[in-house]
Write a protein that binds this ligand. Structure first.
Ligand code: SF4
Length: 249
């Protein structure tokens, strides 16, 4: 199978899924969900909506709620997905965990270790991890083919994120303010290589929310002071389309 042909997403996913978010697809072409579910209950969560839709279509028990669920039948996806020739445009980048928080306190350590072992064994791929629970990262060592990120959308989450990331070692450490829900102030951003900023997506009950320009420019200024690269979703300005990794991605 060629990598550039559409990959059909099935419930018994044995290959990576295509990245659905158009803006993320600019730098990361794939997604992989060996562990799903989340208890953070963010109001803007698309993972919950996706799980509901998949459950109504498939009646697959793992989607019946947004409770943590391990999918061992997906463990072979990194081996089964054809490898692109290069990582240009993020062809080898894989968003690991688009339907939940794999580093939530509710996920068993051995399940996370099992997934990280696969990451270690498949250096041909570059994995993008993200959590709202950065303390959990401190229990693990990350292979070089990982970008390790924290999602911060409110000021009260700034301090715990900085405390953890000053102790985390990874080839790329990034901050995701996607969505940016408040004007955020960081005493420093030096523990991050890259910052992603985005709007709150449309949900059933709320329209899309684009953060005010002044919130974005303030965060970009803080990023520049600390030498971080910046990516802002849905903005056409090329100055905000920077990436942290090799091959420009
Ligand atoms: S952390 Fe992510 S998966 Fe969990 S509820 Fe929030 S948006 Fe959804």
């Amino acid at each position: 199978m060629r990598w550039d042909r559409p990959v059909k997403a099935t419930t018994n996913m044995t290959v990576f899924d295509r990245q659905e978010d158009k803006s993320i697809r600019q730098w990361c072409k794939w997604s992989w969900d060996p562990i799903t579910g989340c208890e953070h209950d963010c109001r803007y969560c698309h993972g919950i909506e996706k799980a509901r839709k998949l459950y109504s279509r498939t009646r697959e028990e793992g989607y019946s709620s947004f409770k943590p669920h391990l999918w061992p039948d997906r463990f072979d996806a990194p081996h089964n997905t054809p490898i692109p020739e290069s990582n240009v445009s993020g062809n080898r980048n894989v968003f690991l965990g688009t339907m939940g928080d794999m580093f939530g306190d509710w996920v068993e350590k051995e399940h996370i270790e099992a997934v990280l072992d696969i990451v270690r064994d498949t250096p041909q791929w570059n994995y993008i991890l993200q959590t709202k629970n950065p303390r959990r990262y401190l229990e693990f060592e990350f292979p070089l083919n990982c970008w390790v990120g924290v999602k911060v959308d409110k000021q009260k989450e700034v301090k715990p994120a900085l405390e953890c990331f000053s102790r985390i070692e990874a080839s790329v450490r990034f901050l995701s303010c996607d969505p940016l829900l408040e004007w955020l102030l960081f005493p420093t951003l030096e523990c991050f290589d890259w910052i992603m900023i985005g709007p709150r997506p449309k949900t059933k009950s709320k329209p899309v929310f684009y953060p005010p320009k002044i919130w974005i420019s303030s965060l970009v200024k803080q990023a520049r002071t600390s030498g971080c690269k910046v990516f802002v979703k849905h903005l056409k300005d090329p100055g905000y389309k920077e990436y942290p990794g090799r091959d420009g991605f």
